[in-house]
Write a protein that binds this ligand. Structure first.
Ligand SMILES: [Zn+2]
Length: 347
């Protein structure tokens, strides 16, 4: 199917940071789930590249007899360390762009994104997953915008100066703690002023409602699923999904198996059909204009059938098999992302 796909979330920058070399992304990397040759094969036109700063101490996971789990909330990151790592990751993306000789573009505007899709240039959107690199006075936000930052998740699943991340827990409601702090509310307003998209994936439910109340722009969850089908704390309740739709926003369906499966298990032997189930559920509840693809490649366990991005075309064929029209499939593949980013970046 010749329809370019945009994905709401990948952790390629984490791999590039660890490997210290970005050229395999362009030439092909046997370890990768996302690289340029795989993207070409799977019809991937681009998406959000997350700068996620790892914790210095690994998290502890607790399992219980019923198959449930809870990951201890990590301590806040040191802001200077976070800034350094996020800047280094952002730099990797910019080097990727300059070494790609025109085949990758770090998009800074809606028209950049549209021309990428038209001209078959891979479109990368710089996203921070957690606002730790931003200083408490928001003084470096404009600098980061100038660098290319166009999307921000206020928190990852840990606390920071701006708010509280949802604890990774199953089964659990997303209501696991407090919402935004005063500085977090200021950051929402500042991002609205600059035209930086805000991502509510990884926020607590309270934080979600804070952003819904404060932000002028469509609400976006870049990589989350329907809580009704998989009761993980990372997924959105029906009420949250309706609020996304009411704001004109969208949810990018996550392929993370633990957030797809009704039993919450981290098992790659998970059918692709579950991705379609979540997609169809959101389309029926919230409307076809409010669902897109998120994925979480390189950041979570993917279903075997969708192991890397060369397999992405199967999602579109699966939608066609379930009776979605060509126009509806286009919306899910990239049309809804284009609409939301147009309204946010160039209101
Ligand atoms: Zn994530």
């Amino acid at each position: 199917m010749d329809i370019p796909i945009l994905l709401g979330h990948n952790d390629v920058l984490l791999r590039l940071e660890r490997e210290g070399d970005h050229l395999p992304f362009l030439l092909g990397d046997p370890e990768a789930q996302v690289d340029l040759p795989l993207a070409r094969r799977g019809g991937l036109g681009g998406g959000f590249f997350a700068a996620w700063v790892p914790d210095l101490d690994p998290d502890e996971t607790y399992y219980d007899d019923s198959g449930g789990y809870a990951i201890a909330l990590p301590d806040p990151l040191d802001p200077e360390y976070a800034f350094e790592v996020a800047l280094s990751m952002s730099d990797k993306l910019l080097q990727l762009e300059s070494d790609s000789l025109g085949s990758v573009c770090v998009v800074r505007s809606w028209s950049d994104l549209v021309s990428c899709l038209e001209e078959d240039v891979f479109a990368a959107i710089l996203h921070f997953e957690g606002a730790e690199p931003i200083d408490s006075g928001l003084r470096n936000l404009e600098e980061l915008y100038a660098l290319g930052l166009r999307s921000l998740g206020l928190v990852w699943s840990r606390p920071n100066l701006f708010g509280h991340g949802v604890q990774l827990r199953f089964p659990s409601s997303p209501d696991t703690g407090p919402g935004l702090t005063r500085r977090g509310r200021e950051l929402v307003r500042a991002c609205n002023e600059l035209g930086i998209m805000l991502d509510v994936s990884h926020l607590t439910e309270e934080g979600f409602w804070d952003v819904a109340y404060l932000s002028r722009y469509p609400l976006v969850a870049t990589h989350s699923n329907a809580h009704a089908l998989c009761p993980s704390s990372r997924n959105l309740t029906d009420e949250q999904l309706r609020a996304l739709a009411d704001s004109g926003g969208l949810v990018g369906i996550s392929f993370s198996v633990a957030d797809l499966r009704p039993d919450g298990e981290d098992d790659p032997d998970t059918p692709l059909e579950l991705v379609l189930d979540h997609l169809e559920y959101v389309a029926e509840l919230a409307g076809i204009d409010h669902v897109a693809l998120g994925s979480d490649y390189e950041g979570a366990t993917m279903p075997e059938e969708l192991w890397d991005t060369s397999e992405l075309g199967q999602v579109l064929w699966g939608l066609a098999d379930r009776g979605f029209s060509h126009e509806e499939i286009e919306k899910v593949a990239h049309g809804n992302w284009l609409r939301v980013l147009g309204e946010t970046w160039e209101p």
